[in-house]
Write a protein that binds this ligand. Sequence first.
Ligand code: SAJ
Length: 407
Amino acid sequence: MCKVNVIGLGYIGLPTALSMAANGIEVIGTDVNSGLIEKLNNNQLTFEEPGLGELFRKAKKGRIAFTTQYQTADVYIVSVPTPYVKENKRLDPGFLVGAVNRILEIARKGQVIVIESTISPGTIDKVVRPLLSSCPRLSPGDIQLVHAPERILPGNMLYELANNPRTIGADDPATGEGIRGLYSRFCKSDITVTDIRTAEMSKVVENTYRDINIAFANELAKICRADGMDVYEIIRIANRHPRVNILQPGPGVGGHCISVDPWFLVGDYPGLANIILTARKINDSMPEFVLERTFEIMKENNIWGLEKVGFYGLTYKENVDDVRESPTLQLLGCMERHLAFGARVYDPFVKRKIVDNQCFDLREFLDGIDLVVVMVAHDEIKQFVDIFKEKIVLDTRNVLEDSFYKL
Ligand code: SAJ
């Protein structure tokens, strides 16, 4: 029977560990954050995701334990953060190196290390393999490496974990087939086995594809704004074409994935990753574009003073609590650089104070302001359309009716 040690119990590691345990696999969930481990051992979840509570209860009926310690296992799944260095747009492999080194302290011949964290193409060769070859306890080939990138969409993680096709990159086909068998215990879709380099590149390419297509929608929004056209109607009609699928313009691209992964290609292939770089610049320009629209609307409605303005939404997208690289944080950073302070901010999913003038109650947030800029399309908005109607609204997510300002 296969025993699995999942390293890193964040947005990817925890659902993966729980899904495996709920499907009869023995799982040790490891995270260096003792507070997180304590919460899990007290049956408290560490982030919001539809269905996570039910999966947690199902997993706890299986064989799962949470600890800060690494434990020897047949398979180690590494799902630690892989941030990128803003200055040079390259991957910061620090957490990955730390996790692999800790595994190599206890790993034994015949065991497998699966890297799930998103990594730039070539990271396994450049960063991970040298750790194995320099490990005095092990001989070449004792430990097999696999890269199994995830594709789950925050906000729909558990369904996608079970139903999205998966990619398994492995040096050794037999190992790839073994890991395919393990993942098929909870993944009901097809699982492609390929080599590691192809698995690394395909993952980054998927997210880069999406970033470019979001940039196209955002550029269309700017073009239509300049010419007084309705970008949403144009996209709606264009998408009636059987082979056209234009995405939606928004206030920017956030999250730890779409806004990050394309930079790996820009950093690794300078001079070649041209449309990729241009798309990143377009998406990163959207928070400033929202500020320009906000100022236009303030002038048009004689609203003077940012204390009359509120930004609804701090997370990077609807119905999640993740604020990493969020367009609102990018926008507030831009305002600070121009010494523009005083606007209010509110997000129903953000319970802790992370910015100045942050409100924690919707009515408190709306009371006394004239202009609301909707930055995130949380479901809450649709429950309170009537009170939003009492305000001037810039709806950057096209989530409210036509009576409001749009991008
Ligand atoms: N966004 C738009 N317009 C759109 C779609 C998205 O402005 O039409 C914005 C969102 O508001 C958000 C950002 O883009 O700020 C990214 O959101 P997302 O829903 O497009 O993607 P993520 O980051 O939540 O998840 C992506 C997914 N990748 C793809 O769809 C190719 C997911 O499958 C990956 O597993 C995930 O990245 C990841 O972890 O790599």
